[in-house]
Design a binder for this molecule. Structure first.
Ligand SMILES: [Zn+2]
Length: 347
């Protein structure tokens, strides 16, 4: 067990065997032997390893083993080392989350279930929004903007995590199943509109599964779902009217601010909904590309998603005296002193 834990902590820190060996002053082979469980580090070495890997020594002795199953990466253009680092970090979060949840005797954590929707099968991309509308109806979301998407997902049994990955390594998001629970992971370092699109895209995969006819591209379908779920056709027509020859950039910015979708998603959606024609939508796309707005849109960036549930659970657990302050601090990755201040002030 200890060996696997060392490996996970090492990969989460993106350290090679050799780099870790150098930090703790042993040979690469020794670390490799620890990880393969051919030998066991003594307590002094465990202490060194825990310091090098930024974990408490008890991290090495935890026995619940969580596995990410049915992994679905959004735009997977990441190296294997990065991938292992990301997955190890995710597992560390997942483990803490399950640990905290298990403290509560009566907390209902629903598992995600696809609600019964009218449309069972679709054969054209343009019909995907039907399913998004039906899901909004089933989840009683109306046609208004969804201000807190993570919370909507959490309320429907999907656990949402955010990891701190540098934006240049291209990690956008991941959906997976852990212990029969659906999770979606997003990166902290993208603007909020992109995070929300990723969340809705991953949701799209879950909802569309089994509904698409075999010729359809499920990535495109999930994108279509995401845009329609975040910005229903009815709402968009309320904003823009049913038919337009052109749209001001500033109008795109206002809709972005209200609905939390990128300006690009707004005009693409406007074209899909028949509000503007393809030629005009394409001219906007060219303009965005020319101005570099396809990478960074003009104006204020949409604020990042906030994921509160884990902190709330830890605070509730300490408040109900299920755990000590030191444990709460450890779970939140804070010093005890910092936690005491945080507990009293929220900062
Ligand atoms: Zn996808």
């Amino acid at each position: 067990m200890v060996g696997k834990r060392i490996q996970r902590a090492r990969e989460a820190e993106s350290l090679s065997l050799r780099a870790l060996a150098e930090i703790v002053g042993v040979s690469q082979t020794t670390i490799s032997k620890y990880e393969k469980e051919d030998s066991t580090p003594d307590s002094t070495m465990l202490l060194k390893l825990s310091k090098a890997l930024n974990v408490k020594t008890n991290f090495f002795f935890q026995t619940n083993e969580f596995i990410l199953e049915n992994k679905e990466y959004r735009k997977r253009t990441i190296s294997n080392i990065e991938l292992r680092s990301i997955e190890s970090k995710i597992l560390n979060f997942v483990e803490k989350r399950f640990e905290v949840e298990s403290l509560f005797p009566n907390l209902p954590f629903n598992k995600f279930k696809v609600p019964a929707l009218k449309t069972k099968q679709i054969s054209k991309l343009k019909d995907v929004p039907l399913i998004a509308d039906e899901l909004r109806e089933a989840w009683e979301l109306g046609i208004d903007p969804i201000s807190d998407l993570s919370n909507v997902l959490e309320s429907n049994g999907i656990k949402v995590f955010m990891i701190d990955e540098s934006a240049d390594n291209n990690f956008d998001g991941l959906a997976a199943i852990v212990n029969d629970y659906h999770i979606i992971v997003i990166s902290k370092n993208w603007p909020g509109d992109r995070q929300r699109f990723t969340l809705a895209h991953e949701l799209g995969h879950l909802i569309l599964e089994g509904r698409l006819c075999s010729k359809m591209d499920d990535e495109k379908a999930s994108d279509r779902f995401a845009a329609a779920f975040l910005l229903p056709e009815k709402s968009l027509k309320n904003q823009l009217t049913a038919r337009r020859k052109s749209i001001e950039i500033a109008e795109l910015a206002l809709i972005k601010e209200e609905f939390g979708v990128s300006m690009q998603a707004v005009f693409i959606r406007a074209n899909q909904a028949g509000i503007i024609d393809y030629l005009y939508s394409n001219s906007l796309w060219k303009l965005f590309k020319k101005e570099g707005w396809d990478k960074k849109e003009p104006g204020e960036q949409y604020p990042s998603e906030k994921i509160h549930i884990f902190k709330q659970l830890v605070l509730r657990a300490v408040s109900e005296e299920y755990i000590e302050e030191s444990k709460a601090a450890e779970l939140l990755d804070m010093t005890v002193k910092k936690f005491l201040k945080y507990r009293m002030t929220g900062k």
